[in-house]
Design a protein around this ligand. Structure first.
Ligand SMILES: [Ca+2]
Ligand SMILES: [Ca+2]
Ligand SMILES: [Ca+2]
Length: 482
C-alpha cells in the first residue's frame, strides 16, 4: 500500500478528531528530513500520493492556508515546492439528469414503489471472478450501438487486432469487473498472485489483480452505484465507469450484449471517484501514476473540474499527466458538458473551453487528447463543450448503449414516460476515442502515443457542426484505416 502515514497524528484521526481541510503538497524530496521539517512547521498528517512526483496529501486541522505558499513566496527553510487544495473532480454526468433534477425528484416521489426500486445498488466489492470460457456468436445488441457504425468499427476490426496487447486504464467510478461482457477483457496483473496478502510484484499494492480503488484504498475497484433517488437528488453514480469501460472494450462475438471499439483490449480499473460522483485530485494523481507504472498505454478520463485560478493551470494534476506522457501514455480527456449550465444544470462549466478551461481537458500537454460529443445526426451535442484550440475532435456521445453493473446494458438511465434521461455526455464520447486509439495502436504496439494521436486526427471526417469548434474540424472515424 503506497499510502504511508508518516506522523503520529494518525492516532488523532482515529479518534473523534475531524481534520479541517485537505491539500496536496509537493516537497523538495521524498525524505524523512523533508517530511519532518514540513510536519514540524505545519502539523497535521502527510500521506504519500506520488513518489515520482514528490507529492503528499496533507490533512490539517487548520481551515485557512498559508497564503505565502500560494503566492510563491515560500519561507526560506520550507521544504514545500507547491501546495494546492485537494480539489474535487467530478464525473461528467448526463446533462439531462442535471437539467431535470427537480422534475425527476418530484416524479419519483409519486412513483409506485416497485418502479423506483427497479434500479437497486449492488453490494460493494464482490470477489473478483476469474474469466471462464464464453459462448461464441454474434452480439445481440450491436445493431443498437449507433456510435460503432458511425465510426465504422466493424470495418476497422478487419484491419486491426482490436486493441490486442494494449491496456486502457479506466480512471473513473470503478468497473463491474465481473460483468459478463467485460470479465474476459479485464487487465490481470501478470505478476500478482491473487489473495495471498503479498505484494508479489512489489509495486506498492497488495493483491492488485484488476487495478486499484484509490477512493477507499482497497484492491476491488468495483463500480458502486447509488439508488435511483440518490442519483437524482445527489447527482451520484449510476454506473459511469462500467458504461465507459463497455464503450472501450466490451467483448466481441461472445453471444452477449454489445461490443467495445477495441474488443480485444485489456481494461485496467482504477477507481478514484466515489458513488457520490466526486473524487479528489490527490487520488486522481495516484491513479494516473499507477496506470503509467503498470503498463497502461491509454488513460480514459471522463471527468474534470473547472479552473478556480492560476494554481490549477500549473498544478500537480498536470504534472502527473505529463509524467505519464513521458512514459508514452496517451491521455484521453472529456471536454465537459457545459451547456447544461446555461439551461439550469449544475455542472458549472462554460461552453468554449478555450477562454474558460475545464481541467484536465484544457492542459496544453502533448499527450492530452480532448474530445467533444456529437449525436447520431452529426450535430454537436447540445451540452458539449468545445475548443478550437484545445479540443481535438468530436465522437458519439448521445444516447449511447453500453454496459452497466449487474450484467446489464443501458442507453437510458431513467425512463418515467414524460421524463427520459439517456446516457449522454462527453463522458461517453471520450471512451469511443480511447477504444479507437487502442484499436489503432494494436496495429503496431511499438508505435508512439504521438503517432496514434496523429492517426486519429488524420482519419477523422470533416463535419460541418464542429468545423470551427475543434482542431481536426471533424469527428472520429476509422473508415480510412489501412
Ligand atoms: Ca502488487
Ligand atoms: Ca472498492
Ligand atoms: Ca459482447
Amino acid at each position: 500500500m503506497i499510502k504511508k502515514i508518516v506522523s503520529m497524528a494518525l492516532v488523532l484521526s482515529c479518534s473523534s478528531y475531524v481534520f479541517g481541510a485537505e491539500y496536496i503538497v509537493k516537497l523538495k524530496s521524498i525524505s524523512p528530513a523533508d517530511e519532518k521539517a514540513f510536519l514540524d512547521q505545519n502539523g497535521g498528517v502527510l500521506e504519500l500520493v506520488s513518489r515520482e512526483g514528490q507529492v503528499y496529501k496533507w490533512s490539517t486541522p487548520k481551515s485557512g492556508l498559508n497564503m505565502k505558499w500560494l503566492g510563491g513566496k515560500k519561507p526560506g527553510p520550507s521544504p514545500v515546492v507547491k501546495i494546492e487544495p485537494n480539489r474535487k473532480l467530478k464525473i461528467f454526468l448526463s446533462p439531462s439528469l442535471e437539467e431535470n433534477r427537480a422534475r425527476l425528484a418530484d416524479a419519483l416521489e409519486h412513483e409506485e414503489e416497485p418502479k423506483a426500486a427497479a434500479n437497486p445498488p449492488y453490494p460493494d466489492n464482490p470477489e473478483i471472478k476469474k474469466p471462464s470460457k464464453q459462448a461464441s456468436g454474434s452480439d445481440p445488441l450491436f445493431s443498437k450501438q449507433w456510435g460503432m457504425s458511425a465510426v465504422d468499427a466493424a470495418g476497422a476490426w478487419k484491419k486491426t487486432p482490436g486493441g490486442k496487447e494494449i491496456v486502457v486504464a479506466v480512471t473513473d467510478t470503478g468497473v463491474d469487473y465481473n460483468h459478463q461482457d467485460l470479465i474476459a477483457n479485464m487487465w490481470r496483473n501478470p505478476k500478482e498472485v491473487p489473495g495471498d496478502g503479498i505484494d508479489n510484484d512489489n509495486n506498492g499494492y497488495v493483491d492488485d489483480i484488476v487495478g486499484w480503488d484509490f477512493a477507499t484504498n482497497d484492491n476491488k475497484p468495483y463500480d458502486l452505484t447509488l439508488s435511483l433517488m440518490d442519483i437524482v437528488l445527489q447527482g451520484g453514480n449510476p454506473g459511469h465507469g462500467t458504461h465507459v469501460a463497455g464503450c472501450i472494450g466490451a467483448a466481441v462475438n461472445n453471444k452477449l450484449g454489445i461490443v467495445g471499439l477495441a474488443p480485444n483490449v485489456k481494461l485496467m480499473a482504477l477507481r478514484f471517484i466515489t458513488e457520490s460522483g466526486q473524487g479528489g485530485t490527490a487520488e486522481a494523481i495516484s491513479a494516473i501514476d499507477y496506470a503509467a507504472n503498470n503498463g497502461a498505454n491509454v488513460i480514459n478520463a471522463s471527468w474534470g473540474g473547472e479552473s478556480d485560478g492560476e494554481q490549477e493551470e500549473d498544478g500537480l494534476l498536470k504534472e502527473a499527466i505529463e509524467r505519464a506522457g513521458k512514459k508514452g501514455v496517451l491521455f484521453l480527456a472529456a471536454a465537459g458538458n457545459g451547456r447544461a449550465n446555461s439551461q439550469g444544470g449544475a455542472s458549472g462549466f462554460d461552453i468554449d473551453n478555450d477562454p474558460k478551461p475545464v481541467y484536465p481537458a484544457a492542459y496544453p500537454l502533448e499527450n492530452v487528447f480532448t474530445v467533444a460529443a456529437i449525436d447520431a445526426e452529426n450535430n454537436l451535442a447540445a451540452f458539449s463543450n468545445w475548443g478550437q484550440k484545445s479540443v481535438k475532435l468530436a465522437a458519439p456521445g448521445v444516447k449511447i448503449l453500453s454496459t452497466v453493473p449487474g450484467d446489464k446494458y443501458q442507453d437510458t438511465i431513467i425512463n418515467l414516460g414524460q421524463i427520459v434521461v439517456t446516457w449522454d455526455g462527453t463522458s461517453m464520447a471520450t471512451p469511443h476515442v480511447a477504444g479507437a486509439a487502442a484499436a489503432l495502436w494494436s496495429t503496431d504496439p511499438k508505435m508512439s502515443s504521438q503517432s496514434v494521436a496523429k492517426q486519429l486526427m488524420e482519419l477523422s471526417t470533416e463535419t460541418e457542426s464542429v468545423a470551427d469548434k475543434v482542431v481536426s474540424r471533424g469527428r472520429l472515424d476509422l473508415h480510412g484505416l489501412k
